[in-house]
Design a protein. Sequence first.
Length: 142
Amino acid sequence: MTGFFKPEEEERIIRAIREAERNTSGEIRVHLEADCKREALQEAVRTFRRLGMHKTEARNAVLIFIAPERREFAIIGDKGINEMVPEHFWAEERDLLQEHFRRGAFAEGICLAISHAGEKLKAFFPYQQDDTNELPDDISYS
């Protein structure tokens, strides 16, 4: 599914992930699904597990899942982050993405959502000296 983002947009998204993760032990991934067979949220949960995101030590990974051909997306967090963020946090992130996606500002919306998730991760899971990057920072495609 390469080609959805321009190369400079991909670079911007990857920089946003690295910047967000610089201050936290949390992990953020962006995934694009070319042939999404199920509702985006169901497929996001499946992809989260397939990418091994549930295996982070603090269970503090966040996935931004996009199914461009279905014009759907989902943003989900693992157990550790879900227990910490306010109840409305993911709905606010969804609304932020939706607003940007409606305008066709996909990379901008994703970068903002990454930044917001990174701030929450930083507040609850600050970077420690012995932290390791548990998941790749690139955009995954299938």
